[in-house]
Write a protein that binds this ligand. Sequence first.
Ligand SMILES: C[S@@+](CC[C@H](N)C(=O)[O-])C[C@H]1O[C@@H](n2cnc3c(N)ncnc32)[C@H](O)[C@@H]1O
Length: 216
Amino acid sequence: MAYTWGWGSVVHENATAYLKEWFDRMAPTYDRLEYLLGNVRPRVVEMAAPGQGARVLDAATGTGSQALAFASTGCEATGIDLSEEMIALARSKDGCGRTTFLNADASSMPFADGSFDVSVISFALHDMPGPMREKVLEELVRVTVPGGTIMIVDYEIPRDFIHRLFIRFMLSRYENVYVPAYFSYDLEGAIEGLGLEIEDKRQVLRGVGRILKCRK
Ligand SMILES: C[S@@+](CC[C@H](N)C(=O)[O-])C[C@H]1O[C@@H](n2cnc3c(N)ncnc32)[C@H](O)[C@@H]1O
């Protein structure tokens, strides 16, 4: 599968196939990251403050931990992911029967407009090439009800040079080929460009992550 590196940009022949293969391979060990991310899940639910029975979408759900955190509070949660291996693990973790996990592309979602009260994407936008990222954000907006909540959780890029260099080095070692371009991406600008209002922002993971609560 051919790809080319530029300064912070990657062009890939088939990004979807590349990501699917990458995450199918990561799936069996992915939940080790819950050691770090486990504290973030309830904070996302608390900030979203969904009503009882709210319809929640977790786009690029991975092994479903964020979707399950919503379902455990009484929401009807749907998780979608490109990776069949991730989805199989997510299904195996469902203990409450209020989740549905589907193998689907978040840049072209199989849902009607306004299907969800709350839409979430966590720690996935940084994995995607720019055009896919933009499409996924547009799809999140489309499938959320007018006035609904969109939660975006991802890395916060440190402003100071040394920390920025360190985080970039670490992520470039362990993450996929699209991650370096995320370092020059203005996520909050992109969100506002879609007409969303950022209502609340909290830092997590000692400042390396952020939770953004947005209103459609
Ligand atoms: C780092 S994992 C994050 C998983 C989960 N959201 C979490 O918070 O742990 C990134 C996930 O995004 C998924 N993904 C990447 N691009 C996608 C796309 N276009 N559509 C659906 N899933 C996608 C990958 O398969 C992978 O499971």
